[in-house]
Design a protein around this ligand. Structure first.
Ligand SMILES: [Zn+2]
Ligand SMILES: [Zn+2]
Length: 157
């Protein structure tokens, strides 16, 4: 699958931050996803982005989330630049740096939705495409929140 189709995804970026754009962005992702479904199943799942192979799909999704997707959570306190992948990491951060806080981490993008796209595609070849979309979601949120440093550093790690 050539990454050239991203042009289509980004062509919907007319007014970043508005719900309408968010909807059209996701629906264009879903259209491309439908085209990407190959139906090829392999006995052992090899990550196409590194040498790791997993026996079970669940292990592969955990691996992708940990190593190949941008951080999906951020610290809501103003002026704080923390980003991370897990709620318990945020709670540790909050305890240490925002002593009296009891907030949940805020979400940059829905990582379960991105993993769901990979599951639906049933092909490891889809991983880099989902990765590109996840970065697109981070950039969309960065514009929405005015956290422009995320545009330069979409990964957070
Ligand atoms: Zn990998
Ligand atoms: Zn913080």
């Amino acid at each position: 699958m050539p990454l050239g189709q991203n042009n289509e995804v980004y062509s919907t970026y007319k007014k970043p931050g508005s719900n309408q754009v968010r909807y059209s962005y996701i629906s264009s992702c879903m259209r491309a996803l439908t085209r990407a479904v190959s139906g090829i199943k392999r006995p052992r799942l090899h990550c196409v982005l590194c040498d790791v192979s997993c026996a079970r799909p669940q292990q592969l999704y955990g691996h992708i989330q940990m190593f190949h997707l941008p951080y999906s959570l951020y610290c809501p306190y103003s002026g704080c630049h923390w980003r991370g992948a897990r709620e318990d990491q945020f709670q540790g951060h909050q305890k240490r740096y925002h002593q009296f806080g009891e907030l949940p981490a805020h979400r940059i993008y829905d990582v379960k939705m991105v993993l769901g796209w990979i599951k639906a595609a049933e092909s490891v070849d889809f991983i880099p495409i989902a990765q590109t979309w996840a970065i697109g979601l981070v950039q969309e949120k960065a514009t929405e929140l005015g956290r422009y440093q995320w545009l330069d550093d979409s990964w957070g790690c």
